[in-house]
Design a protein around this ligand. Structure first.
Ligand code: GLY
Length: 323
């Protein structure tokens, strides 16, 4: 491998961020810098409603973001959950990792930390996402937005829109010194209960990186990867001597029974790399792909994800949601 095995890979929606991040790696930069740079560009992408600015809001129409970043050289991690008003939660997560004796901040405390960093707040809801939110809610409860005075738990069960549930960006990288890193960022389920935090900032569920074995980032129904400890499960299988393809498949196979109880909303995707820079992605949706850049790339290369079938979860809606 050229550049001593440097490589960057991400979920399909990471393509907008990969070229700039690859330049960092090609110039000898770190995996942590590269995954943060790629993720920030996706967080800026107003056409992507699963991440950052213009992400879909919660049940009350508020955009709440989750993100994390992990450095495989020392397994330091920073994470934020349910952060409002900041389009780059991945950078707030990185500051948690580098500036605090903590790993994970949520809600008002995360917003306070972002303000202390000097970051400006902004409205992350756009005209388009406000309209889609209103239509999504009012489609189920015509003329009944006042229902939000009722206990929200009942509405969450009805309002979590299966067509807008999944979506997240994840980026894994290995730099020329052999260090690996991963970053994940998401606006989470559309119309989620306020304060709901998914797997993206939960270390061991949506994210893990360890120079000895590799790096993993997950997208999909975060409740499932939280329940299984998915990212850490893949790492443990790599540590046990399995190759990337076997480790990823086995970890997803292990979740099949819990996914079958969830039904059509059960979707999971992973982008992974091993310590040598080999990459693979996995999806419970057929025909998914991920993107990669390494020495010689001029643009992100689309590569098919390995399909892992979860019996009892296939629907047209699941197929359309994709990876
Ligand atoms: N995987 C993203 C989420 O569940 O929020």
């Amino acid at each position: 491998m050229g550049l001593n095995g440097a490589v960057i890979a991400g979920s399909h929606n990471a393509a907008v961020g990969l070229p700039a991040a690859w330049e960092i790696l090609a110039a000898g930069g770190t995996a942590v810098d590269a995954v943060e740079a790629a993720t920030r560009l996706v967080e800026d992408n107003a056409a992507d409603h699963s991440v950052g600015y213009a992400g879909y809001p919660n049940l009350l129409g508020e955009v709440e973001l989750d993100a994390s970043i992990m450095d495989g050289s020392d397994r330091r991690v920073g994470a934020v959950g349910a952060l409002k008003g900041h389009r780059h939660p991945v950078s707030v997560a990185r500051a948690v990792m580098e500036q605090l004796p903590h790993a994970f901040l949520v809600g008002e405390g995360a917003a306070r930390f972002a303000a202390d960093l000097g970051l400006q707040t902004e409205d992350l809801l756009t005209e388009e996402t406000r309209r889609i939110w209103r239509e999504g809610i009012e489609g189920k409860f015509p003329g009944k937005l006042e229902l939000f005075r009722e206990p929200l738990a009942q509405l969450t069960a009805l309002a979590a829109d299966p067509m807008h549930v999944a979506g997240t960006v994840n980026v894994v990288a290995r730099d020329s010194r052999g260090h690996v890193a991963v970053a994940v960022s998401t606006s989470g389920w559309a119309w989620k209960h306020p304060g709901r935090v998914g797997d993206s900032p939960v270390v061991g569920a949506g994210i893990y990186a360890d120079d000895r074995y590799g790096a993993i980032g997950c997208t999909g129904l975060g409740e499932l990867s939280i329940r299984s400890g998915l990212a850490r499960d893949v790492i443990s299988r790599l540590a046990g001597g399995q190759d990337l393809a076997s480790a990823g498949r086995a970890a997803l196979d292990d979740m099949a029974s819990m996914a079958a109880h969830v039904g059509s909303a059960a979707v999971m995707n992973m982008v992974t790399l091993d310590r040598d820079g080999a990459t693979a992605a996995f999806s419970t949706t057929p025909d998914a792909h991920y993107v990669v850049m390494r020495d010689g790339s001029t643009e992100p290369e689309k590569i098919a994800s390995l399909y892992v079938k979860w019996p009892g979860t296939e629907t047209a809606a699941g197929k359309e949601r994709g990876a």
